[in-house]
Ligand binder design. Structure first.
Ligand SMILES: N[C@@H](CCC(=O)N[C@@H](CS)C(=O)NCC(=O)O)C(=O)O
Length: 216
């Protein structure tokens, strides 16, 4: 398999964690090393990540994660119980569908460019959607009977794969995470897992030394 992504690309980071957890060998291709048109020939949307599997390309981290779960079911990234599975998907979906797309680079670039918004306004936009999203996620964990140390119990799930890159981004944008102790605790538990550590941005060849490392 070949994963096309970038070191700090959070949707690609979700996939890297899954690949490492499932011990699936893969080659990493830094999209920054490709011309834009070259990458669009791989993924017409131009967004990252894309996974090449058996010579075919799959885009969208959610679709890629489902593929990996289907072809390499061990270890599972979802609990066995159908309702619990749906709850994990809901947690991941809140990040993937309702939070991350609002604060993505291209959205902030559009706010700064065609919309003429100032850096302070864009920071306010970012912080607003983070606060709305993280408050819901924190409350979800508070109500969950699954317990820790991960989002939903004793094993990492898709929820943790989505949470780790999201919190990394929040820290980069200086969001105050003090209101979200359960989220921060799950993120800390992930740092202890070898597969999560192997997937950290600073382990990648295109990581820039000026970016914060995930493992302090
Ligand atoms: N829904 C897509 C989101 C992909 C996405 O937005 N990727 C971001 C990085 S996390 C990207 O390529 N951004 C480029 C840009 O915003 O210019 C997925 O889950 O794969």
């Amino acid at each position: 398999m070949r994963l096309f992504s970038q070191a700090r690309n959070s949707a690609g980071w979700r996939v890297r964690i899954a690949l490492h957890l499932k011990a699936i060998p893969f080659d990493y291709v830094a999209v920054s090393g490709l011309a834009a048109e070259e990458y669009r020939r791989i993924n017409p949307q131009g967004l990252m990540p894309a996974l090449e599997a058996g010579g075919r390309i799959v885009a969208q981290s959610g679709a890629i994660l489902e593929l990996l779960e289907e072809i390499h079911p061990d270890p599972p990234l979802l609990p066995a119980d159908p309702v619990a599975r749906a709850q994990v998907r809901a947690f991941a979906g809140l990040i993937a569908a309702d939070l991350h797309p609002l604060n993505n680079n291209r959205v902030r670039r559009y706010l700064a460019g065609p919309m003429g918004r100032s850096p302070a306004e864009i920071d306010g936009w970012y912080a607003h959607w983070v606060a709305v999203g993280l408050a819901s996620l924190e409350e979800t964990l508070a109500r969950s009977p699954a317990g820790g140390p991960f989002c939903f119990g004793a094993h990492p799930t898709l929820a943790d794969l989505h949470l780790v890159p999201q919190l990394y981004n929040c820290r980069r944008f200086a969001c105050d995470l003090a209101l979200y102790p359960r989220l921060v605790a799950a993120d800390a538990a992930c740092r202890e897992v070898a597969a999560f550590r192997a997937a950290a941005p600073e382990r990648l060849p295109d990581f820039s030394g000026t970016d914060p490392a995930w493992i302090a």
